[in-house]
Design a protein around this ligand. Structure first.
Ligand code: SF4
Length: 304
């Protein structure tokens, strides 16, 4: 017989205590997984939580590169990703080998690496960033002659426009965010003329051009809390709507596109979290040879 949700949660909670585990959950996860989290947040917030936790086990409900980042920051902790196939196609659009070739082309350039990337790519980079701090990180490199920005061309393009710097962009992108078309946003705006529009920097430039604010998911959570607007059109992965609606029941949140679903983010379920804790799988561990180099880039990101 299948476990009821309440039974599942009870088992998860009791095992979580026994293992001294913490649940770090990304804003795009399924609602029921967000509801059992110790912390729900964007990549930057979750990396900061990983750095500060005293738990023995981190159950990372997100995608593979996020669990890797936790392992880079916390090598002594057991980092579990409940679904081994929970990956990010954007992170797969770059490899360390191709980045090394790019660095040979631009030997004087600094490499800024969006955290949505494999650990060995971070190890080849000077500094990491998230969508929350990409602009600030590029500004921080004011003295650099050239900057290569990997792997998201649209976040890179956004950082370039905001800082007025020319960046050498990698041709990667997020297949989920490019589904959000400017026409989708315009259609929603026509139906909800009073609504404010927030859009994620991974979206296409024409979609971002329509936004009242271009924000990371953490930024969207804060915007929703603080805005006077009663309606907000949300241009990012639709998993965030769960939290926006839960935290702001008096406001209305409208997805810019119902198609903006990240398949990797949706693989983790309550069942897989329980399985993960029972079996202590799937362990994500970045080997020291890569980890130590990657950590330098991640630490610089966390310094802001
Ligand atoms: S939403 Fe896009 S960038 Fe984020 S994990 Fe999914 S595919 Fe990767």
């Amino acid at each position: 017989m299948e476990n009821s949700e309440a039974e599942l949660i009870e088992k998860i909670e009791s095992l979580k205590k026994r293992r001294n585990a913490v649940f770090l959950v990304h804003n795009y996860q399924l609602g029921e997984v967000q509801d059992i989290a110790d912390f729900v947040g964007d990549s930057l917030e979750l990396s900061q939580k990983a750095a500060g936790t005293d738990a023995d086990v981190i159950v990372f409900c997100g995608v593979h590169f996020m669990a890797e980042t936790a392992s880079i920051i916390c090598p002594d902790k057991t980092v579990l990703l409940p679904e081994s196939d929970a990956g990010c196609p954007m992170a797969d659009m770059i490899t360390a080998r191709y980045l090394r070739e790019k660095k040979k082309e631009y030997p004087k350039a600094k490499v800024v690496c969006y955290v949505n990337s494999p650990a060995d790519v971070k190890a080849e980079s000077d500094i990491c960033c998230t969508s929350a701090n990409a602009v600030g990180i590029v500004e921080k490199l004011a003295g650099a002659e050239q900057i290569v920005f990997v792997p998201d061309r649209y976040l890179g393009d956004y950082a370039a426009r905001q800082t007025g710097r020319e960046l050498i962009l990698w041709p990667g992108y997020c297949p989920t965010h490019v589904r959000i078309k400017a026409e989708d946003i315009s259609r929603q705006k026509a139906e909800h003329p009073q609504a404010k529009i927030v859009v994620h920097p991974e979206c296409l430039p024409e979609a971002k051009a329509l936004a009242d604010a271009v924000l990371s998911t953490g930024g969207m959570i804060r915007f929703a809390r603080e805005t006077d607007a009663g309606e907000v059109i949300v241009g990012t992965e639709i998993g965030i709507l769960h939290r926006l609606r839960k935290e702001n029941p008096e406001k209305r949140f409208i997805p810019a596109s119902e198609q903006a679903i990240c398949p990797g983010m949706k693989l983790i379920t309550l069942e897989s979290v329980l399985w993960s804790l029972e079996n202590m799988e799937h362990r994500v561990k970045v080997p020291d040879k890569i980890r130590l180099k990657a950590k330098t880039a991640v630490d610089r990101m966390l310094e802001g």
